[in-house]
Design a protein around this ligand. Sequence first.
Ligand code: PPS
Length: 287
Amino acid sequence: MSFDYFMYKGVRFSPGSYSEEILNFAENEFQVLDDDVYIVTYPKSGTNWMIEILSLLKKDGDPTWCNDVLIWLRAPWYETREGQSQIKDVLPPRVVTSHLPFHIFAKSFFKSKAKIIYVLRNPRDIIVSLYYFSKIICHYKNPASFDKFFEDFVHGNLLYGSWFDHVKGWMQMKDNSNFFYITYEELQEDCQGSVKKICNFLQKDYDAKLIESVVKHSSFHAMKNNKMSNYSLATEEFIDHSKGSFMRKGVSGDWKNHFTVAQSEHFDKVYQEKMKDLNVKFFWEET
Ligand code: PPS
């Protein structure tokens, strides 16, 4: 299938799930509800992991809903063609997902009491994860090579725009009480502690049994074996299952197996330059 990406407010989108009209609706007309919780991410940051965690919390740790209902129906991407139709069937309190950068996000959010959980991941691992994902998802262009893909990421020429802009845009919200951010790496390092932090942010009571159940049923192993969460039921129109799996490796640091020494040094320089004014040290910088 041959197609071109299009630009909306300086950001690239694929015509597979988006159009100018759909994005305009998402930005200007979509009605955020006060009890909505939004999972916002740059792609491949741990979006679906967070959907599973919030789904389990919503059902007090009972995995039945996760085992019975497709993950993208539990927390639709409100800015996509499919998501805008799926979300009509979701009863409040809703969990809603988005990859949108800050400047295109639903205007009505900023007048609401809704909450955002922003999940981040080491951008080096995002490059690797997104590279493989781009080969299996039909709405993305097939990468010409890892080197070219790396350069496109560094220059912000991929879908949803520059990772650096996405993070800097959303981190403007970091001191707001309705905004919480967490990294993929923290979830891996201490999932129990991370789920407790999420409960505190959502003002949800918890006990050891609830936390244990959420951690167990949202693990990489559990999600990989759950056909409602592992994308094996996504249609061939969306994913070419012969080329790979959505639940690929689920590890941190795989970039070390892919970057050359020159790429690693180049990325460090770009990262330092682009992130120097943010004044936030993320978990992957501390280890
Ligand atoms: S997407 O397409 O943007 O919504 O993808 P997203 O869900 O953000 O990220 C997919 C990557 O997250 C990994 N993953 C997990 N890792 C650890 N634990 C759990 N439970 C989990 N669920 C998904 C998934 O394997 C992708 O990472 P890679 O590195 O490609 O394996």
